[in-house]
Design a binder for this molecule. Structure first.
Ligand SMILES: [Zn+2]
Length: 244
């Protein structure tokens, strides 16, 4: 992975504006990780671990998470070191070749990968989306040696397979330990790095375009020239003309 220049990040933002969230993640990684030939085949946890690293480079090491306390409703803000969130847990596992065996059943499955998410139809609700994802990831299922359709598996077995997937790919579902200072309640808040990072990129892009517009209007420099300036120097020029 490599850090993106301002021009590259603006290009990614422009392309991602018309994309779905899972597609945006792939657009970001395709630019930031040119050494990965097929980002679509990364597991979700591997994808998210790379996005945490990218976020660390692009916007710094501290993540500010906002959530409402489930106890008293208070708005709670917590700051986490971005890389600490992803250092816990096991390394990246290959997506396929996993088998869950119980007394009666044998289920072969692979971990969900990026293209599973981009392939899901946007109009599916959460339950239908999960079912669709599950069926895509199950390679085979047998009950006492007799093949069973993935959709026909009992719920307890589906749950067991999903839990095993989460153990094998822990960064696919990042949760932050939150504590409410008002009522002392502790809880785990889900954290979606793709949405979080994209929101930051959007805000950054709009601010950057405004800065380019301001500097170009005053100094007559081109967009490329302005983007090539180090952010600190760009900021100094903005201060000189009274725009911060
Ligand atoms: Zn509270």
């Amino acid at each position: 992975m490599r850090a993106l220049s301002a021009t590259e990040l603006l290009d990614v933002w422009e392309r991602g504006e018309v994309q779905t969230t899972p597609q945006r993640a792939l657009t970001l990684l395709a630019t930031a990780c040119p050494d990965i030939i097929d980002c679509g085949s990364l597991t979700i946890g591997h994808r998210d671990r790379l996005l945490f690293e990218l976020r660390n480079w692009a916007f710094g090491s501290q993540l500010t998470c906002l959530a409402n306390c489930p106890g008293c409703g208070e708005k709670v803000e917590a700051v986490f070191p971005a890389l600490d969130v992803i250092t816990n847990g096991v390394g990246d596992k290959p997506p396929d070749e996993h088998v869950l065996e119980t007394d009666d059943y044998e289920v072969g499955f692979r971990l969900p990968i990026c293209t599973d998410l981009t392939a899901l139809k946007e109009e599916l609700d959460v339950v239908a989306g999960h079912n669709c994802l599950f069926e895509r990831c199950v390679a085979f299922a047998r009950q006492k040696g007799v093949p069973v359709a993935p959709a026909e598996l009992p719920d307890r077995l589906k749950t067991a397979v999903i839990q095993r997937m989460a153990q094998l790919d822990p960064h696919a579902d990042v949760r932050l330990d939150m504590r409410c200072p008002s009522c002392d309640r502790n809880w785990e808040a889900p954290f979606d790095i793709v949405t979080f990072l994209w929101t930051e990129i959007q805000a950054w892009a709009l601010r950057t375009l405004r800065d380019v517009h301001t500097l170009a209007s005053v100094y007559g420099w081109s967009e490329a020239e302005i983007l090539a300036l180090h952010p600190t120097r760009r900021q100094r020029y903005l201060e000189l003309i009274g725009r911060e």
